[in-house]
Design a protein around this ligand. Sequence first.
Ligand code: ADP
Ligand code: MG
Length: 303
Amino acid sequence: MSIKVENISKLYGKQRALNDVSFEVKPGEIVGFLGPNGAGKSTMMKIITTYLPASEGKVSVCGIDVNEDALGVRNLIGYLPEHNPLYLDMYVRESISFVAQIHKIKPTKKLLDEIIEKVGLQVEQNKKIGELSKGYRQRVGLAQALIHDPKVLILDEPTTGLDPNQLTEIRNLIKTVGKEKTVMLSTHIMQEVEAICDRVMIINKGELVANKSAKELTSITTEKIIITVEFEGSIDKNKLSKMEGVTKITEVDENTFKIESDASIDLRNDLFNFAVKQGASVLTLQKEHQKLEDVFKQLTKQK
Ligand code: ADP
Ligand code: MG
């Protein structure tokens, strides 16, 4: 197992940031660690990367316990922290070379060229980090995280603060890099998980509330179908709400309604017949599938 987390709890004073969290990440997986702000994502990542001790529980990375051999674990991990501190006065190439030396790796021209090419910093390599956009600074962070060729990459909100173009580029980069490594990335953006990850773990208020493949998650939690229907001509709302199978009805505007039913019931035919009986007709009829985004909201809503 690349990452094994067993019954981890973390208290900051009296505040419980993580509560009995357990999960595993297999070699080669790209796993999304999803949760709203304050859910405990960064705390979990700091524990895995040995920068913070847990209050209870056990974590190992490629079989090495974080408490027994922190340096051993750090050698196996490439970590991009949430607010990655970079020396703005350093030159890009110089900063990567600097991090290589921290890892006791000789920063040969070949090694630096390779890593700079991998993260797409060829044009910027001789600039100062302070002169780079946020997207390019993240590339520098990734280069630093990758320089010692770690087996596992831990990326804490790697795309936060990027513009849409940068976002796509960094996602693609993570996907490419992820082909050869185990990746755990945190995000509060649902589409990110859909775009990059094989699996998603959702954390809310320090507890793991879901751990599924993206596909599984949607199918399991699809409890309802929502149909938006627009009638031409007025209909009796009361009768509509009494139609068999309807669990909830919301008026969008005068002749448009959102109609909810159990996931096993498709009301589209009945709605057509209803309109005919009412002497009206159906202008639009749209069936919504529950999206991963909705599942996320459902699982992390305030209790
Ligand atoms: P996330 O990364 O999901 O936004 P964090 O792991 O940063 O969440 O935080 C989880 C909870 O722990 C939050 O309520 C946060 O305020 C609290 N917390 C994080 N770091 C500290 C700290 N150093 N001291 C006290 N509380 C903290
Ligand atoms: Mg965080």
